[in-house]
Write a protein that binds this ligand. Structure first.
Ligand code: AMP
Length: 278
């Protein structure tokens, strides 16, 4: 595996790569969710590029960026294990050279939920992913369904800007107790970690109501709130039952929908979601 730092090195390494090329963008502190993306990319492509970059522009709270966990040598060892060809781990000034002054701003689908809770977050995500898509020129790029709105935002951007990488969403990887793997889980205290699977329980309770015939979106949101309310360490930021394509909040579930939530445990913010098939 080649570990590269600069745009120039990456450009040279990708001058004539075996094709197709698969891209897996990450912020490091790699876990089994990232490994699943790498495995899918490895299975479907001749060249696999993983990027490891804690993107300062997608953190709306500076302290969150400062305390984001980092472990590069461990991350690189994981990339080797997963058969990655190129790991690009640039310093900030290689992604945003001096004078960089462009922001990619996606419209309606980036506004609710994470967009509302974290102003500027999706501008940061879309901007860095546009740079990565252009630098790598992959046929396919792999993202986790755990960040469902991110997938929709990037798809919208890729479509509108005619970026040639296909955006592929991969299923959420979970701990045995249902907690979605996340680099942020490391910040949970033991009691918060024990409480955190309530996100999954809330989503599954609403899914069960839907499967039993409930179609009122507010009733489904109520089921999630009710489950979360039983966990004293959990503070709800939002619960949502929205159209799966537009993320507009629904009154009645009559087609594909997305249940999603954001919950705080102390200073740690966790998100999760569950699709409702149409
Ligand atoms: P991050 O390093 O957190 O920015 O995540 C990099 C990619 O891995 C994103 O596309 C995430 O959606 C994806 N990812 C993060 N956690 C999981 C998970 N538990 N299961 C599947 N994909 C994930």
């Amino acid at each position: 595996m080649r570990v590269l730092r600069t745009r120039t090195e990456l450009h040279a390494a990708l001058a004539a790569p075996p094709r197709p090329v698969g891209l897996v963008p990450t912020m490091g502190w790699l876990h089994d969710g990232h490994r699943a993306l790498m495995r899918r990319a490895r299975a479907e492509n001749a060249t696999v590029v993983v990027t490891i970059f804690v993107n300062p522009r997608q953190f709306n709270v500076a302290a969150d960026h400062a305390r984001y966990p980092r472990a590069e040598s461990r991350d690189l060892a994981i990339c080797v294990e997963e058969g990655v060809d190129i790991a690009w781990a640039p310093p900030v000034e290689e992604v945003y050279p001096s004078g960089f002054d462009t922001t990619v701003s996606v419209g309606a689908v980036a506004q609710p939920l994470e967009g509302a809770a974290r102003p500027g977050h999706f501008e940061g995500v879309a901007t860095v992913v546009a740079v990565l898509f252009d630098l790598v020129g992959a046929e396919r790029a792999y993202f986790g369904q755990k960040d469902a709105q991110q997938v929709l935002v990037i798809r919208q951007m890729a479509r509108d800007l005619a970026l040639p990488s296909a955006v592929i969403a991969c299923p959420t990887v979970r701990e045995p107790d249902g907690l979605a793997l996340s680099s942020r889980n490391v910040h949970l205290s033991p009691s918060e970690r024990a409480a955190a699977p309530v996100l999954r329980r809330a989503l599954l309770a609403a899914l069960a109501s839907w499967a039993a015939g409930a179609r009122s979106a507010e009733a489904l949101r109520g089921v999630m709130r009710g489950t979360l309310a039983k966990e004293p360490l959990a503070t709800i930021e939002y619960v949502s039952c929205a159209d799966a394509a537009t993320l507009e909040e629904l009154h009645v579930v009559a087609g594909p929908a997305l249940l999603s939530l954001a919950v705080r445990f102390g200073t740690t913010r966790l998100i999760d979601n569950e699709p409702l098939p149409g």
